[in-house]
Write a protein that binds this ligand. Structure first.
Ligand code: HEC
Ligand code: HEC
Length: 441
């Protein structure tokens, strides 16, 4: 709940929590078969201050109202309303709608008419001042003129702080070492909100989301607060106001803050949580992320990696995983990062690159002007925690792991086609070993 929480305005990376070991994962891919974590899904990284984590998690689960700035259009009222499967922070059942057009090979996200993300709900009637009766409207489904339609299921955030710290060079080195037939592409994003080691304006490998769109959890949190819940925020960077996430979405209209028929967008037109104004417009060279966004980031950063389970294939499934070429993209690399002065190792089974998946790609661009090839690119889905998931693939088209693998057959352009063919050609014993291995992740 905004405006009432004042306990976390410092950078969440510099927070008081001391991060200990991670209690998970074998040291290399060879002994992943027997190591079982003592942590449960949704636990904090060992050493995280329990009270701070609990408060940040509560904020992530907080239901927001119109008085908090919800809307005018939105998809849900709390982060955890979507991120809930298995534990708070998990994947979701909600399948969002994305739209766009591809004209002469160029993507357009229809931003001026309510694309590319649809907001499902509107706050409806509201009375910002006596006698002024307003309506939020709702986003039309589909956005007018859309020719491309895609579903996107909610991804989990466990271990996000570890992923965030993987150096760009590590990800780029993986790409360089991949055979051309499956070589991925590193997407780059410009850091919006300075937080800890991430500095506004810095170009960094984007690694979060189905299409790898943001490079830091803080940026993703502010983006989600705006686009999923309709709550705009400002933050401060070096004494300057950052208003990248301060523009309301409006039902199928241009993204401006102009007043519609005398009605503001919601209770506080234009800026819901004007953190910068609350802080005297960032006076004194202030660098601080808006409170809620900072709390969301703290919760996600300090969520431990999903715990490993028992591999009932006794290691044979991992052999199969390598043999069928899965590890080409779902790399078995054990990444090591330094978090709060300590070394932490984890195995997410993703290269965090985007791959041309052919017909499996969702055809939604990251930016207007993207090429057809770019719209087919999807981030290698991290397979850690896949046993806790329901719907698989970006649109949750199946909950069956075998069917998800077979869907990697994306035709001639599909970089996953060879792996799908290898899976189809495997014996039933090999397939069942592979699936047992996946069920330990
Ligand atoms: C209406 C449902 C919904 C709500 C509410 C929601 N999310 Fe999400 N979240 C999603 C979906 C869907 C994705 C995948 C988006 C994509 O890549 O297209 C996602 C992805 C993410 C990711 C990327 C994880 C990864 O690596 O793939 C982060 C981080 C995240 N959300 C944080 C948040 C935060 C913080 C909030 C609250 C401010 C929030 N989300 C609210 C649906 C939701
Ligand atoms: C060319 C890179 C590549 C190869 C090779 C590959 N995958 Fe994937 N995998 C992906 C991408 C990208 C996605 C996300 C696709 C989507 O939904 O758009 C994915 C998704 C998945 C999912 C669904 C995960 C989720 O979160 O929904 C599973 C399970 C999976 N892969 C297993 C495998 C297995 C097993 C193999 C080997 C037979 C394999 N993959 C080979 C890139 C690859």
């Amino acid at each position: 709940m905004k405006r009432h929480i004042r306990w976390l305005i410092f950078s969440s990376l510099g927070a008081a929590a001391a991060i200990g070991g991670f209690g998970c994962l074998g040291s290399e891919s060879d002994d992943t078969t027997t190591t079982v974590s003592e942590l449960s899904l949704g636990d904090a990284l060992p050493g995280t201050n329990a009270a701070t984590f609990a408060a940040a998690k509560a904020n992530f689960g907080e239901t927001e109202t119109q008085a908090d700035g919800l809307g005018p259009i939105f998809n849900e009222r709390s982060c955890s309303a979507c991120h809930s499967v298995g534990a708070t922070g998990g994947a979701g059942q909600n399948i969002e709608r994305r739209y766009g057009t591809l004209t002469n090979g160029v993507f357009n996200g229809l931003g001026a008419t309510g694309g590319s993300l649809r907001q499902l709900f509107g706050i409806g009637g509201f009375t910002p001042s006596p006698g002024l009766n307003c309506q939020s409207g709702v986003d039309a489904n589909p956005a007018p003129g859309a020719t491309i339609f895609a579903g996107r299921v909610t991804t989990p955030v466990f271990g996000a702080g570890l992923v965030e710290l993987i150096p760009d060079a590590t990800i780029q080195a993986i790409a360089a070492a991949q055979p051309a037939a499956i070589r991925g592409v590193a997407n780059f994003d410009t850091i919006h909100l300075t937080d800890g080691p991430f500095v506004r304006g810095q170009s960094r490998v984007a690694r979060f989301g189905w299409k790898a769109v943001h490079a830091s959890v803080t940026d993703f949190a502010a983006d989600a607060y705006l686009n999923e819940m309709g709550i705009t925020t400002t933050s401060c960077v070096g004494g300057s106001v950052v208003s990248d996430f301060a523009t309301e979405n409006r039902a199928n209209r241009a993204a401006t803050n102009a007043v519609i028929n005398g009605c503001p967008d919601d209770d506080v037109p234009g800026v819901d949580d004007d953190f910068a104004a609350e802080n005297n417009n960032c006076r004194g060279g202030l660098t601080a992320v808006q409170d809620d966004v900072s709390n969301f980031a703290f919760f996600m950063r300090n969520s431990a990696a999903p715990p490993r389970g028992i591999d009932n294939s006794n290691g044979r499934g991992l052999t199969e995983f390598n043999r069928e070429g899965c590890a080409g993209c779902h790399v078995t690399t054990t990444f090591t990062v330094n978090i709060n002065g300590r070394s932490a190792s984890f195995q997410p089974f993703s290269d965090f690159l985007t791959h041309d998946m052919g017909t499996l790609g969702d055809m939604i661009g990251v930016n207007d002007g993207d090429s057809v090839t770019a719209t087919r690119r999807m981030r290698t889905a991290p397979l850690w925690g896949v046993r806790f998931r329901n719907g698989l693939l970006h649109d949750a088209r199946t909950s069956d792991k075998g069917a998800a693998i077979q869907a990697h057959a994306g035709g001639t352009n599909g970089q996953g086609s060879a792996a799908a063919a290898a899976f189809n050609a495997a014996t039933s014993a090999q397939r069942s070993d592979l699936l047992l291995f996946l069920s330990s992740l």
